[in-house]
Design a protein. Structure first.
Length: 385
């Protein structure tokens, strides 16, 4: 097997896709186009035909702060075909990165919400939509449990999302005979991450789409009217009709770490208004300033002002916490995504030069001499005489 080289990208080697991460181990599904080497022994040959390997990460990747995420394409070294093990030596450049949930190279986000049990909260839905828009990845919306609400309620939420700039797919996962037929045009050929609050039916949806995986599901809490967490980690699954699906842990309130300038670009209806005309001031925050093209007549204007206050507070906090000696540094991706990487300590991984070693030894020698004179005054008098 060829080596991945210094950076692995573009070099011949064994490549695969990270489908799951637990603790310090990575499940990697091998590319079908890369044949495994055939062993002379028949038993080893059967092992060589496996499609996935359990891998660890090379220490040099950790030293440079290279994080391995679900969805990464990685180059493998040191493959043990009999044991089904290997080591990740390099990570290919990413097309997209999501911080929460932590997954790479997705090209579509499917937000799943329930129309009832738990009750659909417009503020919570809005925050999830803003967080998804901030990634720069296309967003789709699925409303589950349509059998628990009236036709008027379904039409109300469809109209609301249409005003916000989204076309919603409405169905009931448990009652639908073939949800894959409904969602196949949306999911086929894409790497889709499913996100949303707990208890809305994300794992149930994946179980219907891919019956053989049998993900654990849970009922909605009766006391809190919220979903219980059943998915504990991110994992990629292959759809029967083509495409990949990422199941992610549910959470009820996403954190929006956005600057005021970036916030406005996360509202599709606001982007549409700004495309039709520009504000008088380039740094306009659309709060009634002179020459602002954004009026207060759009439905989510009050919601925008609430998030704007949070964004201003976040920006102020970031400015106060800027520290040149911080352990993390902020990196901005090609599409504007911000993520943090560990900052290496200066000269920590450099070998000291011979000159520096000699100077250190001389300083240590003179220090020992001074300590000896202090402990033995007669030694100094004898040297003077």
């Amino acid at each position: 097997m060829a080596s991945c080289g210094s950076n692995g990208v573009g070099d011949a080697g064994l490549w695969g896709l990270v489908t799951a991460i637990q603790a310090n181990y990575y499940r990697v599904r091998l590319d079908s186009a890369v044949p495994a080497p055939t062993a002379p022994d028949s038993a080893e040959a059967s092992e060589a035909s496996r499609n996935d390997l359990l891998c660890t990460c090379r220490a040099r990747l950790r030293k440079i702060g290279q994080q391995v995420m679900v969805g990464d394409r990685v180059c493998l070294e040191g493959v043990d075909w009999a044991g089904g093990r290997a080591a990740i030596a390099a990570v290919a450049p990413r097309q997209s990165v999501l911080d929460r949930p932590p997954v790479a190279n997705v090209d579509q986000i499917l937000l799943v919400f329930a129309l009832a049990e738990p009750e659909l909260d417009p503020q919570q839905l809005g925050r999830f939509l803003i967080q998804a828009e901030s990634t720069g990845v296309p967003v789709s919306v699925l409303l589950n449990k349509q059998d628990l609400v009236s036709a008027d309620t379904r039409q109300y939420w469809q109209d609301q999302l249409s005003q916000w700039g989204y076309r919603a797919t409405i169905l009931s996962v448990q009652a639908e005979d073939a949800p894959l037929k409904t969602l196949q045009p949306l999911l086929q050929g894409h790497t889709t991450v499913i996100s949303g609050p707990s208890g809305v039916g994300k794992s149930s949806l994946i179980n219907r789409l891919i019956p053989q995986i049998s993900l654990r599901t849970g009922a909605v809490s009766g006391k809190l009217s919220r979903g219980r967490h059943t998915t504990r980690h991110v994992e990629l699954f292959e759809l029967p009709g083509g495409g990949l699906l990422a199941d992610t842990p549910g959470f009820n309130q996403p954190d929006l770490n956005l600057t005021p300038a970036a916030l406005g670009q996360c509202f599709p209806e606001l982007r549409q208004r700004l495309a039709q005309g520009q504000c008088q001031f380039s740094d306009c925050l659309h709060r009634g300033a002179p020459g602002c093209v954004v009026d207060a007549d759009w439905p989510r204007y009050d919601f925008y002002l609430t998030l704007l206050e949070e964004a201003l507070a976040y920006e102020e906090t970031q400015q106060r916490q800027r520290d040149p000696d911080a352990a993390l540094k902020v990196r901005v991706g090609e599409k504007g995504q911000q993520h943090q990487e560990p900052k290496l300590q200066a000269k920590k991984y450099r070998r000291p030069s011979r000159r520096q070693q000699k100077q250190t030894l001389e300083a240590l020698y003179y220090e020992r001499e001074e300590q000896a004179d202090v402990l033995d005054p007669k030694r100094g008098d004898n040297e003077l005489s």
